[in-house]
Design a protein around this ligand. Structure first.
Ligand code: DGT
Ligand code: CA
Ligand code: CA
Length: 571
């Protein structure tokens, strides 16, 4: 589970405790815990696995450590589930209204008896909210202005968390003898960077048995609705999951339908109509006669199409490729031979150079670049010229000592707010690999952001732009980047663009990575690892590259080191 997701559970617990009138110190302790977990360089799951005692971390006591361990082990924070039972389900959404905190929600629920956002809207329209002490006309107005948006806004989740939970649920269902098939569909199967809800399909002799099994899964915290063949449940992370038990002859059609995307399916339905067929989740029909539906391959074949990889089902280029039977051979995780972005104890990482290299080697990599922070990132103990040169000495030493992997002297160099680089050219010239990044001033206007990126791209020593927009998924949007100018400059100068694989970044996104390929710009998929377990996220970077339609040839770090280095611009 991502640290951010664990932090959100504590944040929610703090809100509900405050709503319940709990001791303010307790509430604050959980809020601090949430912040602490978010700011950790390592995923706590990885720390626990490698035997690190969480109580060793500053600000984490025994009680909190135990709660975190429970979450990592079971996915559930039991106190949060208990608190949720005490309040109507919509209170979490009320807390998202601007200017409405737990204390105000307590009054709304306690004095007006509102249980849903619709109740709240009605009460505000009737002037009941303004009449409450501590509220007033202005608060009422704010509620009315925002209530519809909050009502419609759905919470989304990192693919990394959603997929782990969905895969566990599917694996558990498949243990039942009576379950013939089961799969994840929806955005999770398309490997989209964030997921709204999970869609699971199963073929089984007895649907009640399957639904019972799901309900009993420890990762399921609540059954929200249950019908004859369909069940909706909430999982520990908060994400909701729809299970549909479908007949065998409809399995392929249901997979096709529920994998989506909606935009892709609009086209497949139209193609069916053009052939005098009707396509729905039960199958492909001519009049009422069943034509196909047991497998997705059958369904696509009847439409005159090859099977379409789920990652590409967004109605972008897949139908064009399908018509020519010319899908790109999508990149796979094993194609990666190098990783060009990672941190060590010299800045905010938790492992030494040699430890990182050894860990990379066990994950099938042949070369890495150590790219600690430059000095502007003071809170991460960023390196100035002297410390960097000393650090590179250690990198060279480690390279001599560790067999079976090459370690490059790199740097993650900040592009400062005034568009200059954080380190002088003569220092950058000594690096094997320079990845330039924006960390600060992300809210500058597009022209300024673009100027900063162009200056970096045109610097003779910069090899790549890392996490180009600086976005943090589900938290903050990226900078506004003039991508057309950036692509052109990268293509002209021979600078690569990164897909940063961290599940909360995945930056470039799929659309921009596809555009970069069109411009002939090599992509690098990097982990940005801060610990030995940090390499595991490379898989998500590869997923994003697949959604962009990238092949092995499009990604520079699929090449052996010699070929990779030959691609670098020479200064
Ligand atoms: P999400 O959950 O927001 O991350 O995205 P999806 O793609 O999983 O969307 P979801 O869960 O609403 O529906 C799953 C798939 O089912 C979707 O990709 C296409 C199909 N589907 C759902 N509702 C409709 C609909 O109203 N019309 C059509 N044509 N397809 C639908
Ligand atoms: Ca979904
Ligand atoms: Ca759904």
């Amino acid at each position: 589970m991502q640290n951010a997701t664990i932090a959100r559970l504590f944040e929610q617990l703090a809100d509900l405790l405050e709503l319940d009138g709990a001791n303010p110190f307790r509430v604050r302790a959980y809020r601090n815990a949430a912040r602490k977990i978010e700011s950790l360089a390592d995923e706590v799951g990885g720390l626990i696995e490698s035997g690190v005692k969480l109580t060793k971390l500053e600000g984490i006591g025994k009680d909190l450590a135990a709660k975190i361990e429970t979450i990592v082990e079971t996915g559930v924070l039991p106190q949060l589930e208990e608190m949720r039972e005490k309040f109507p389900p919509d209170v979490m959404k009320m807390l998202q209204l601007p200017g409405i905190g737990p204390k105000k929600v307590a009054v709304l629920v306690g004095e007006l008896g509102v249980e849903t956002l619709s109740d709240l809207k009605e009460a505000a329209q009737n002037g009941q909210v303004a009449a409450l002490s501590g509220f007033g006309k202005k608060t009422e107005q704010t509620i009315l202005e925002n209530v519809d948006e909050v009502k419609d806004a759905e919470q989304r989740y990192y693919l990394a968390d959603a997929k782990a939970e969905a895969d566990a649920v599917v694996a558990d269902l498949l243990e039942l003898d009576s379950v013939e098939k089961a799969t994840v569909a929806g955005s999770c199967r398309r490997l989209k960077e964030t997921v709204g809800d999970l869609d699971v399909l199963a073929v089984a002799a007895d649907s009640a048995v399957v639904m019972d099994r799901l309900a009993e899964n420890p990762v399921v915290v609540k059954v929200l609705a249950r019908g004859d063949t369909k069940q909706r449940v909430r999982l520990a992370s908060g994400i909701e999951l729809d299970l549909r038990v479908v007949p065998r002859e409809s399995y392929g059609a249901a997979m096709q339908y529920f994998t989506g995307s909606k935009e892709h399916n609009i086209v497949t339905r139209r193609m069916a109509q053009e052939r005098g067929l009707k396509l729905n989740e039960y199958g492909l029909f001519r009049d009422d006669e069943y034509v196909a539906g047991e497998t997705e391959e059958d369904v696509y074949a009847e439409l005159g199409l090859p099977w379409v990889p789920p990652e590409l089902r967004e109605n972008r280029r897949e139908f064009e490729w399908a018509a020519e039977n010319a899908f790109p051979q999508l990149i796979e995780r094993d194609d990666l031979l190098g990783d060009l972005h990672m941190h060590t104890t010299a800045t905010d990482g938790t492992a030494s150079i040699a430890e990182m290299a050894e860990a990379a080697k066990t994950r099938g990599l042949e070369y890495v670049a150590i790219t600690d922070h430059s000095k502007r990132v003071a809170m991460a103990n960023g390196l100035d010229a002297d410390r960097l040169r000393e650090h590179w000495e250690n990198v060279r030493k480690a390279n001599d000592e560790v067999d079976g992997i090459e370690i490059l002297c790199g740097i993650e160099c900040d592009i400062l707010e005034d568009a200059t680089l954080d380190l002088p050219d003569d220092v950058l010239a000594e690096a094997d690999w320079v990845v330039a990044v924006l960390h600060y001033g992300l809210k500058q206007p597009r022209e300024k952001i673009t100027e900063r990126l162009l200056n970096a791209i045109r610097n003779p020593h910069v090899h790549a732009i890392g996490h180009p927009t600086g976005r943090l998924l589900l938290k903050r949007p990226g900078a506004s980047v003039g991508f057309d100018d950036v692509y052109k400059a990268c293509a002209d100068e021979g600078v690569f663009l990164e897909i940063n694989a961290h599940p909360s970044r995945l930056d470039l996104d799929d659309v921009h990575a596809a555009a970069a390929k069109e411009h002939g710009i090599p992509i690098v998929i990097d982990s940005d690892a801060h610990s030995v377990d940090g390499f595991d996220v490379l898989t998500y970077g590869v997923y994003q590259a697949r959604r962009a339609g990238l092949s092995r040839e499009d990604v520079a770090n699929t090449r052996p080191l010699g070929e990779f280095r030959a691609m670098l611009k020479t200064s």
